[in-house]
Unconditional design. Structure first.
Length: 87
């Protein structure tokens, strides 16, 4: 079960495979959220934790860290263009 979902990255250009599989950006973000929630300790309810996580995500999205290019999209654009020409 789940083999198709696991191999979804194969649908993308091979130049993107390593970036999709390793996923360092998401892992870094998870570590940052875990660090922030540990400082608080316990939350009165789930909404409090969600608000903290959303605030951190908004901060990251608005900073230079959130604007870093992780993949060269020209490879994907070329693959999409080739597929539309062939189809």
């Amino acid at each position: 079960d789940g083999i198709e979902e696991t191999l979804t990255y194969c649908d993308f250009p091979s130049e993107h495979w390593t970036r999709i599989r390793t996923n360092n950006v998401i892992e870094r973000l998870n570590r940052e959220i875990r660090r922030r929630t540990r400082v608080v300790g316990s939350f009165p309810d789930g909404n409090s934790a969600l608000m903290l996580v959303c605030a951190r995500l908004r901060h990251v999205a608005g900073t230079q860290w959130g604007n870093k290019k992780y993949m060269n999209m020209k490879h994907l654009e070329a693959a999409v263009e080739d597929a539309s020409i062939a189809g």
